[in-house]
Design a protein around this ligand. Sequence first.
Ligand code: FES
Ligand code: FES
Length: 134
Amino acid sequence: MAYSEKVIEHYENPRNVGTLDKNDEHVGTGLVGAPACGDVMRLQIKVSDAGVIEDAKFKTFGCGSAIASSSLATEWLKGKTIDEAEQIKNSMIAEELHLPPVKIHCSVLAEDAIKSAIADFRSKQAAKKALPGQ
Ligand code: FES
Ligand code: FES
């Protein structure tokens, strides 16, 4: 099956591949797997005190569309607030990358990874507030 030019472009020049310190209280980590194919995606966000995503990194063990979806997702995440980041839908990613129907779940993986990273960040913040003396 032919990949779209945009998928190939992200696949050959992936943006923001890497790792952030998962123990940093400003970092949220999402780790998700696709039941359909077993591919795995890790996506991390670093959130400023003002609530803005100042950095995003990913590592994807999966197909070209999953790598392109996560690369694009990290580009979109940077500079957004958490609330704005939550509005990113897999359909937006699939449309931007012209994913065919059999590759839609690759973009779902990216949306799931974003949501999972945000949930991890929020639970860290909640835990911090719950600590006495802080
Ligand atoms: Fe083989 Fe996704 S199904 S890499
Ligand atoms: Fe499964 Fe792309 S084929 S994530």
